[in-house]
Design a protein around this ligand. Structure first.
Ligand SMILES: NC(=O)c1ccc[n+]([C@@H]2O[C@H](COP(=O)([O-])OP(=O)(O)OC[C@H]3O[C@@H](n4cnc5c(N)ncnc54)[C@H](OP(=O)(O)O)[C@@H]3O)[C@@H](O)[C@H]2O)c1
Ligand SMILES: *[C@@H]1O[C@H](CO)[C@@H](O)[C@H](O)[C@H]1NC(C)=O
Length: 336
């Protein structure tokens, strides 16, 4: 009996050690593209949506380290200021750009209010951007909602389609002039592998006939890819590039709407700790697409782990991409 218990304990301990080893090895593999040129982004302005949490926050930290001026576009000023304060303490302990030109200096962080679930918020945010920012070198469409209960945005769009796709669609269109005048410039779109389970069902884009939260998340992430490809086509011949990525499975606040029973939580935490990426690891591809000279001029492509990946045919369908673009213009009210 005692021997059996001891064996079980040993097995459990071994399992945990194995998971820890995996964790450790995993993290060194993901750091391939980090480090290097610490001033790579100096003088560049980057806008990151949803930069107060998870991947957006980790992307902000890394680009700050590379010297960028990072604008955090966030819906909640308090949460955003708190994250900005932490970033300043972590990344710019010497006080940022004011600490002298050769201090190895990290960039600076600015918070601006942006609620992607409100077209009027997107519009006033962009107005402020155009008034206050002389340039925009990189736009990172990162904010996202995952499998929330049925909700509508201020303008009556299904929440996931509204925030993940339509809000960013309007944002990008309103900032395109600034991006063009700052060229060469880049747009980076954060999608997900779950796009595979989505479809653009044009007859019910607001899911009024039926709501399936997994389908709607996947649909919004498919829309991110189709948007990227259509925009890349429209931007051919300009020096503005746009690429889309999937970050892998990352430990963030994205699962806030998923209920995990109390008893299963410790197991879930263990598994996510062992197998999910950290936000820093998950952010590598976004940082790479935003900053690396390797992808200068590359546009319309899909990336994972800092490498180009293939897409399913449904994500490359040009006629669906065009139709989605046209309908999105009508929905957000920018049809000329
Ligand atoms: N985590 C993963 O495993 C995973 C996998 C594939 C793709 N992704 C994608 O990665 C992106 C970032 O997600 P994450 O994992 O970092 O999750 P997260 O920690 O929940 O961060 C999401 C961010 O989006 C913001 N946001 C949500 N609704 C918004 C709105 N209406 N207006 C403005 N901002 C809004 C959130 O702001 P609040 O903090 O104020 O709520 C938060 O800053 C998402 O596009 C997601 O689809 C994540
Ligand atoms: C909801 O959508 C997902 C993904 O498209 C699908 O796998 C699942 O079967 C759907 N659920 C229902 C109840 O239709």
């Amino acid at each position: 009996m005692a021997v059996g218990t001891a064996a079980a304990l040993l097995a459990a301990l071994g399992g945990i050690l194995w998971l820890a080893a995996r964790r450790f090895v995993g993290s060194s593999v993901q750091r391939l593209h980090q480090g290097g040129d610490s001033g790579l982004m100096r003088g560049k302005t980057v806008l990151i949506t949803g930069a107060n949490s998870g991947l957006g926050r980790a992307t902000a930290a890394e680009l700050l380290r590379l010297g960028a001026r990072v604008i955090m576009g966030c819906r909640d000023r308090e949460r955003a200021e708190e994250a900005a304060g932490q970033l300043r303490r972590e990344v710019c302990p010497t006080g940022g750009p004011d600490s002298g030109p050769n201090s190895g200096g990290a960039g600076e962080v600015v918070v601006k209010e942006l609620d992607l679930a409100s077209l009027s918020s997107v519009r006033s945010f962009c107005q402020e951007m155009l008034q206050e920012e002389p340039r925009l070198d990189v736009l990172i469409n990162n904010a996202g909602v995952f499998q929330c209960p049925y909700m509508k945005t201020e303008d009556g769009f299904e929440m996931q389609f509204g925030v993940n796709h339509l809000g960013h669609f309007l944002l990008t269109n309103l900032l395109l002039g600034l991006l063009k005048s700052s060229a060469p410039s880049r747009i980076v779109v954060v999608s997900s592998k779950l796009y595979k389970y989505g479809d653009i069902n044009f007859e019910d884009l607001n899911s009024e006939q039926s709501y399936n939260k997994s389908f709607c998340y996947s649909r919004s992430k498919l829309a991110n890819i189709l948007f990227t490809r259509e925009l890349a086509r429209r931007l051919e011949g300009t020096s503005v590039s746009v690429n889309v990525l999937h970050p892998g499975i990352v430990r963030t606040n994205l699962g806030r709407h998923i209920h995990i029973p109390l008893l299963v939580r410790p197991l879930f935490n263990l598994v996510s700790w062992a197998f999910f990426k950290t936000p820093e690891e998950g952010a590598q591809t976004a940082v790479y697409l935003a900053s690396s000279p390797e992808v200068e001029g590359v546009s319309g492509k899909y990336f994972g782990d800092c490498k180009e990946e293939e897409l399913l045919p449904k994500a490359m369908d040009e006629s669906v991409a065009r139709k989605l673009w046209d309908i999105s213009e009508v929905m957000v009210g920018i049809l000329k």
